[in-house]
Ligand binder design. Structure first.
Ligand SMILES: Nc1ncnc2c1ncn2[C@@H]1O[C@H](COP(=O)(O)OP(=O)(O)OP(=O)(O)O)[C@@H](O)[C@H]1O
Ligand SMILES: [Mg+2]
Length: 315
């Protein structure tokens, strides 16, 4: 069930790697990023030779945010949910630290379409900037349309429950319509598609809270914070109040799609100690912006609390 994570032994310096001229500096999104190409013989086996990776920096005001992408990858592995491998990296020439994230589809043979492109066609007034209409009812119409002629090979209900489970555990508030999508590929003579791995996971894990401000948080503070967490997607636009709390949304989806419950429960078959074991090596990586003990302790508190809540609501 669990996926063995790719564990780096040291940080990666991308200063001498090629920057992908085709992609250059990514204009899209809130965080600065380059596409870089690994050398033909990378420093460690966890890196695929001559492959494109995203070098994705933190938002300026949250310098250690990039760690969230790396931690989210490890949490995805614990759950057995596919998240693009993410590593801690820096550029010794520019001085920037970033998450180094493996490209999640094959150039040339596959193409990626952001869900927002489809949703805008289904709902011409779809607010692409904020995605306020992003909801699972409309998403399921899209999923059913893609399933026609068996072209969608993913079990979309399970995929969504997995996404909601993962996002609830890490407290991700940013799974908007362009942070998931569909990968098209050819199989035999026909076009098929699958849902993307869960990428862009850095708006999570309490990254926007500064260690000096959360140092004295009580358990009640952690609980309040976790229960205030909202997913970007709503259950539907017709229910009021809208359902988009991380926990209630997951519960709602599992109730609507009961066939997803068993796997969701199995995914949670790990302990607090397993979480510590899956993440602790990151604190030993020597980067200009390290994963500091206080940040790590806060992230663990959040993960432990959310894990306990999710386990209880899936019982
Ligand atoms: N690992 C990856 N492989 C291929 N494409 C990717 C990968 N990660 C991101 N992308 C593409 O790059 C775009 C921007 O990346 P990402 O969503 O991670 O950045 P962002 O700045 O955080 O965006 P946002 O505004 O959603 O927060 C994505 O919408 C996706 O199309
Ligand atoms: Mg994004």
């Amino acid at each position: 069930m669990r996926i063995s994570p790719l564990i780096q032994q040291a940080n990666f310096d991308v200063a001498d790697w090629d920057v992908d001229a085709e992609f250059g500096v990514f204009p899209q999104g809130a965080r600065a990023k380059d596409a870089v190409i690994t050398p033909p013989s990378p420093a460690e086996v966890v890196l695929v030779p001559s492959k494109r990776y995203l070098f994705k920096r933190s938002e300026k005001r949250y310098p250690d945010q990039f760690w969230g992408e790396v931690i989210a990858y490890r949490v995805g592995c614990l759950l057995g949910i596919t998240v693009p491998p993410a590593f801690a990296a820096y550029n010794s020439r520019s001085g920037y630290c970033a998450a180094l994230i493996e490209w999640f589809y094959s150039d040339g043979t596959e193409s990626f379409v952001m869900a927002g492109d489809f949703l805008q066609k289904i709902q011409p007034d779809f607010d692409r900037k904020r995605g306020i209409q992003h909801n699972l009812y409309t998403n399921s119409i899209l999923m059913k349309a893609l399933s026609q002629n068996s072209s969608l090979v993913s079990d979309w209900r399970q995929w969504w429950v997995d996404a909601l489970l993962f996002d609830a555990l890490i407290g991700n508030t940013d799974r908007h319509q362009d942070n998931w999508g569909v990968i098209f590929f050819l199989e035999g003579t026909g076009a098929k598609c699958r849902l993307s791995p869960l990428f862009d996971n850095g708006t999570s894990l309490g990254h926007e809270r500064f260690p000096q401000n959360i140092r004295n948080w009580s358990n009640a503070d952690i609980e309040r914070y976790a229960h205030n967490g909202k997913h970007h997607v709503k259950w539907s636009l017709s229910e009021h109040p809208l359902i988009n709390g991380h926990f209630e949304l997951l519960q709602r989806a599992v109730a609507a799609w009961p066939g997803t419950r068993e796997l969701a429960r199995e995914r949670l078959d790990f302990t607090q100690q397993d979480i510590i074991d899956a993440l602790s090596d990151l604190c030993r990586l020597n980067l200009p912006v390290p994963l500091l003990p206080e940040r790590f302790a806060f992230i663990l508190r959040l993960l432990f609390y959310r894990l306990q809540i999710i386990k209880s609501l899936l019982q």
